[in-house]
Design a protein around this ligand. Sequence first.
Ligand SMILES: Cc1ncc(COP(=O)(O)O)c(C=O)c1O
Length: 315
Amino acid sequence: MTGPPRFPLAVLPTPLVPAPRLATGSPVLIKRDDLTGFGTTGNKARAMEFLLGAALRDGCDVLVAGGSSGSNFLQAVALAAACGGLGCELVIAGEQDSANLRIACGAGAQLHPLGHGDRAQLDDAVRRLSDELAAAGRRPYPMPRGGSTPTGAIGFATAAGELHRQLAERDADPRLVVIAVGSGGSCAGLLAGASDWPAHRRILGVSVSRPLCEITPILHRLATACADELGLPQPDMGRLELLDAIGPGFGLPERADLVAASTALTAEGLLLDDTYTAKSMAALLARAGSARSRLGAPAVYWHTGGLASAIGRTR
Ligand SMILES: Cc1ncc(COP(=O)(O)O)c(C=O)c1O
């Protein structure tokens, strides 16, 4: 694969391990991206390797991003900036304190409250802050929420190959790969990198923040642009199935999500967060529990991380 330079940050490959006690009726393998080993940034460490590589290639001297206080991506941006010798300016919507933000500040990030407006205004605020920094003589590298650009998605295009190799080593042939979808970069990257996968292997994208009518075109656009950037064949979008798991709202779990988190904790010792991984686990367990289960064959659950929030959860 060609593409932008990669700045190694994560400990890869992450383990692919069986989850024999989840009682799904069919074998489940867990892709442990909660163990990417770069702070507690989970899946976002993968995107950051390519975003930081591109920022350094472009001669930038400060990373600029925005998110809510629970954002694992912001922790990744701050740690990556520190490792790459760059500044870091973060726009924060809503609450201004969380474990992720404390880690980011410990790495030297400067926080800017969004003030009025909600998460939808973050990308505009990041652009404005970048313009101000550029006017002051800095060379900013602005990123949209979640780092979900075609370049950021390359992190998961390479992860698709990583998984494929690990499955081949185990002689495993899962039919379903379940992954949480927020801003879309991770799932889009998987789609772009899945050109070597057998046609019967599908991806279940569990959308936790955007309705399907909004996230579907985003995933198509990002996957296509990511494949173009890498010179890969056009992604097979027929491989993707999407599930709306927003429930009561972004970051708000419903009962099935809490039960899924508790099941994963007690059966396998997995820590899941309310925003992303509890919802994707609930989707996997719901598939396993339905009478005409599509899980009737081995599956992969992609544990995308969220440990900073998971450790802070009180339920
Ligand atoms: C723990 C976790 N899982 C899943 C996701 C979703 O990834 P994406 O935004 O690339 O869709 C995120 C995004 O921040 C995350 O932090």
